[in-house]
Design a protein around this ligand. Sequence first.
Ligand code: ZN
Ligand code: ZN
Length: 157
Amino acid sequence: MPLADELEGGCACGALRFRMKSAPMFVHCCHCLDCQRQTGSAFAINALIETDRVELLSGEPRPSAMPTDSGRPHDIYRCTACGTAVWSEYGGLKKLRFVRVGTLDDTTALSPDVHIYVRSKLPWITLPDGVPAFEAYYSSRDVWPAASLDRRRAILG
Ligand SMILES: [Zn+2]
Ligand SMILES: [Zn+2]
């Protein structure tokens, strides 16, 4: 993963700005039907990073609760001014943030480390060689680099 040391991003109107203080632990490209509906697109790209490594520079992210099949909470945080979704919190895990890679100033800075829920992937998308892909979810223990697993353990135990 070639990465900038600091990655900045923000919403469409510019009121909300943030900085990722380090590289994420891992990057998901999620092809599930919820992500398709919530983005109005083919998939969501999420950078998984510790919440305390995401510095809010300006603006007010406000959560909106999404319905989920599992019943576990999923809050999407949006700019209060323009409504752009900038990150998600899943399962009420406050220490882990899913930052939407498309909101980074440099959207080429991060690329998916894994493709998930490819069972609902749109048929015209061809997955790249060499990137793991799973029909549904997966075990991070099997796929993540050791350093990222250490970071995950430090926040989630
Ligand atoms: Zn905005
Ligand atoms: Zn998804």
